[in-house]
Design a protein around this ligand. Structure first.
Ligand code: GLC
Length: 793
């Protein structure tokens, strides 16, 4: 077309429109301080530097104008007033806090950050900060041989992302979830670098499409964005756990979920009717398999209209929900953002009349296809729309619902781009932005609206929200499941590093679809996957339409009995898991951890992707291959105990471990103390069998603080909880245990607890709070070499 016009010589046709070369910010021309903000003018751009606290510093660059210090909704902290020493030297400027020093070299502008000991954390080399093309901001840092990279949220592939190039752009990927499939549903532009046991972190707070490149150059890595400012925070560690604490201080931590959300969840696309749900529950109870939540996928609705029930298949949802609750089970309906275009449908009508849907600048509402056909999409960037959407949830909460599942909130749209037109605008409370800029925030803002609505409506009860899409900060509102995986052994394997990296990225409450979503599962795969699921923070079995059923009993008695054993094991471990959830809600340190978080100096764990830790002293090393009954397990330095046999193994070694289909290899570090309870039909059944297991380590003191609270309200935030501290010292044949209830403003349901000491012998003398326990009060189990004592709360 137009070939006979000047279009024939259009620069695009000549391939000269996009200058993708790097343009450096150039030398520093001026430097000034305004309060706690340092303002730097360079030849080709402007920078601001702000210390948030002694170990967090923010750097913002805008190539065109003085940078704005408005941060995205991910950031919930303001800078603290700290004292920073300023030194102006001829060739550089140095800013020093108690934890880090930042050196800004002048010609050209290059940054080096050192830790408190003067060791270089990060530095820039031949390239630093600059631009590419017309609106792309980019930052290069030096990558040394010893650097290993973790975090980045939900990514395929192995644990260590060195050598990878990753994009952040929330995307609905039904298939294939291969190692190179990128991006997926979440955008968490955060990572940590671990070098010789120490770590620093970077959070690149830019909501446009961003790219993290550890691949293109051998001695530099970069992060860049398609628009906006170069706005990033550096966390100075020095340990990997410090980096997680610092990042989650800035972007928030998971509030404690209701206890029932930690139980086993059963889902399917879709349980089609009330009677199908009732039969499902009947089976769980009959078969003595614990369950805490059942999901309703899109078929529960009237032609996929959100905030409705299909009256034929679900004639009396209120009764159904009440009946389930009386059995300790919660019902969780799916809620997608697409609102069916239908003038007779109240939500659509109301949304149009009150101006709640996304639009083009010219005024037309953006309409595109999702499950209900043509649909409109709420503009969650607007506070009023958030409130409107939240208020609509009274439809569910009035029926007794306490948990919601948000899906398709990338947002996913059935068109070639898979999402909303990038030219659609978001009102953003009057500060209009394009979808290109706010796309990655859509799921987070929907989650924020939904969670806040539920908190208000449930009047003091903790809600549960599950989401597919999100951005940094999503942990404040929702658990994340990793989307449409498949019933492949490879996907079971890939889910481990994916969830470990999500945990490092602040999203501790996560898990994959257990059993795999698409494709047909089989008994062996489901069994092995349930074994892993019993220890992933979020534990839900979900599968797709037209695939084999994969409820725990779907593949016959042999598999059913092992699956039962492991779902029950999950419930037995809940007191310990809940204690770790509580730690996570206070510190951000994830429940499910890569070994590198605990042993960052050990080279064997830098890319160890097929085993993980629960807390600081339990290793789970699952079988991830079909017909495989052994595997190599790496145990770090120290002594480890096989959970099933109490056999002691010496670490700092790779070991070949046998594991028949019944066995999930679990190793407990000597010195560990772990609380366990009884298996139960659901978490709603009160705990009566509290056990505290001690695995004493000779001549090494160890301690544990068991946490508990009512599991349902926010009272824990106001000081109502229970903490029991147990300290243990074993020397000679004497085991000294001190027990102290640090806080008991909440009284647990159990009145007594059992102390179980492993690796004991008949001569072990036991002292509790300095009083020797008489032999007649001790039960010695010869076969297991454990001693058992019952103690009052
Ligand atoms: C999406 C979700 C999946 C759900 C399906 C139908 O594919 O990822 O979990 O079952 O939609 O709602």
């Amino acid at each position: 077309m137009f070939e006979d016009s000047s279009f024939a010589i259009h620069p695009n046709k000549l391939g000269k429109s996009m200058d993708s070369r790097y343009h450096d910010i150039g030398e520093i021309l001026s430097f000034e301080q305004q309060g706690h903000v340092y303002i730097i003018t360079c030849k080709n751009g402007f920078m601001k530097i702000v210390f948030y606290q002694n170990d967090i510093v923010r750097i913002v660059m805008n190539p065109l104008v003085e940078p704005s210090l408005k941060s995205s909704v991910a950031v919930i902290e303001q800078p603290k007033k700290i004292s920073v020493k300023l030194q102006q030297l001829k060739d550089r400027i140095i800013l020093t806090s108690t934890k880090l020093s930042l050196e800004l070299f002048k010609t050209p502008c290059r940054l080096t950050i050192r830790d408190e000991t003067g060791e270089v954390l990060l530095t820039e080399g031949s390239k630093g900060i600059g631009t590419k093309a017309t609106s792309e901001v980019v930052c290069y840092k030096v990558m040394t041989e010893d650097d290993h990279f973790y975090g980045f949220g939900e990514k395929t592939g192995y644990l260590n992302k060195r050598g990878e190039k990753m994009v952040m752009w929330n995307t609905d990927v039904y298939a294939p979830h291969n190692p190179e499939t990128d991006p997926l549903y979440q955008s968490i532009p955060f990572f940590m670098a671990v070098r010789n046991g120490s770590a620093y972190g970077i959070f690149f707070d830019n909501t446009f499409k961003t790219t993290f490149d550890f691949k293109t150059e051998t001695d530099l890595y970069s992060f860049s964005a398609n628009g906006g400012q170069l706005d990033y925070y550096v966390f100075s560690g020095p340990s990997p756990k410090d980096v997680v604490r610092q990042y989650t201080h800035l972007t928030g931590r998971m509030p404690l979920p209701p206890k029932w959300a930690l139980g086993y969840h059963q889902s399917k696309y879709s349980y089609m009717s009330e009677s199908e749900v009732r039969e499902l529950i009947h089976n769980f109870i009959e078969k003595d398999i614990p369950v805490d939540a059942i999901y309703l996928d899109i078929h529960y609705m009237d032609e996929y209209r959100v905030f409705t029930f299909d009256q034929h298949s679900f004639p009396n949802p209120q009764q159904l929900i009440a009946d389930l609750k009386s059995k300790g089970i919660h019902l969780i309906p799916i809620v997608d953002p697409g609102v069916k275009k239908d003038p007779s449908y109240n939500i659509y009508k109301d949304g149009i009349l009150k101006n709640h849907f996304c639009k083009y600048l010219e005024g037309d509402i953006y309409i595109d296809e999702v499950w209900p056909g043509e649909s409109a999409f709420p503009d969650f960037s607007k506070t009023e729309t958030q409130k409107w959407w939240a208020d609509n949830h009274t439809f569910y909460t009035d029926l007794g619902i306490e948990g919601i599942w948000n899906d398709m909130n990338e947002p996913a749209v059935f068109n070639n781009t898979k999402t909303m037109d990038l030219e659609v605008i978001h009102d953003n409370d009057g500060d209009i932005r394009t979808h290109a800029e706010l796309h990655n925030l859509y799921g987070l803002l929907m989650g924020m609206s939904t969670y806040n609505g539920l908190v208000e409506q449930l009047q003091g009860k903790r809600p549960f929200l599950l989401t597919r899409a999100g951005y940094s900060g999503i942990q404040r509102y929702a658990a994340v499941w990793t989307g449409d995986n498949r019933s492949f052994w490879e996907h079971l394997e890939m889910s481990l590093p994916m969830c470990m990296n999500l945990g490092i990225s602040g999203v501790a409450f996560c898990g994959p679809d257990v059993g795999g979503f698409a494709h047909d599962c089989n008994g062996q795969l489901l069994t092995r996957w349930i074994q892993v699921g019993a220890f992933t923070p979020f534990f839900r079995n979900h599968n797709a339409l037209d695939t084999n059923s994969q409820e725990p009993w779907a593949f016959g008695a042999k598999y059913e009995s092992i699956i039962r054993k492991y779902i029950q094991l999950r419930y037995r471990w809940l007191p310990h898991l809940y204690t770790l959830f509580s730690e996570c809600s206070r510190t951000g340190i994830p429940v499910m951890r890569p070994l590198v978080l605990e042993y960052p100096g050990d080279k064997h764990v830098w890319n160890l992707s097929d085993q993980f830790m629960i807390g600081e002293n339990v290793i789970i090393a699952p079988i991830l291959r079909p017909d495989t009954f052994h595997r190599v397990v790496y145990l770090p330095d120290g002594e480890w105990i096989n959970y099933w046999t109490d056999q002691v193994l010496i670490g700092d070694k790779h070991l070949l471990i046998e594991a028949d289909l019944e066995t999930l290899p679990i190793f407990i570090k000597k010195g560990a103390i772990i609380a366990q309870g009884a298996s139960k039909q659901s978490t709603m059944v009160a705990e009566t069998d509290m056990q505290i297991h001690i695995y004493p380590d000779e001549n090494v003191a160890s301690s544990y603080t068991l946490y508990d609270d009512d599991g349902t309200t926010f009272n824990y935030m106001y000081g109502q909880y229970f903490e029991k501290k147990i300290t243990c010292m074993y020397s000679g044949d004497t085991l000294n245990i001190s027990v102290e209830n640090i806080i008991s403003t909440y009284k647990p349901s159990w009145k007594q607890w059992k102390l179980i000491v492993h690796l004991a012998n008949e001569n072990t003398k036991l002292f509790i709070n300095k009083k020797q326990i008489p032999n007649e009060n001790i039960i010695f189990h010869h076969e297991s070499h454990t001693i058992e004592v019952t103690v009052d709360q």
